[in-house]
Design a binder for this molecule. Sequence first.
Ligand SMILES: [Zn+2]
Length: 148
Amino acid sequence: MVLIPARMSEAEEQRWVGVMLEKLAAQENKRMLGDAELAERAEQLSDQYLGGRARPASVRWVTNQNTRWGSCTPAEGSIRLSHRLQGMPEYVVDYVLVHELAHLLVPGHGPRFWRLLESYPRTERARGYLEGVVAADRLPHLPAARSE
Ligand SMILES: [Zn+2]
């Protein structure tokens, strides 16, 4: 909600709305990591949770990935994250990054893989969040709640 103080002239009002929209856009940009920041984040997470052993050659967002949150090609050292993660909590994006980084070291989802993921403290919470998103997607479409 954007409150406009009473008794503002039309010109003042327009300027005010412009300032508020700019602020909102700035917040939006801050929340959304670009590819460069994503690669930087992956490097930090690798250092923090995987002893810096995973060194991806590229990390980027993709929009053509609707059935997987993340994927990687170990031979190329490339990691791709679904744009659907954008706007989700940071710990969820971090989890998917750590998950794909770990795949650069261990393919598949065997005990060795999950042992690597244990170092990331919010693995279970992030997996629960993503399961919840998938479950919500499958719910029948409910009529929107009235908001008054
Ligand atoms: Zn995996």
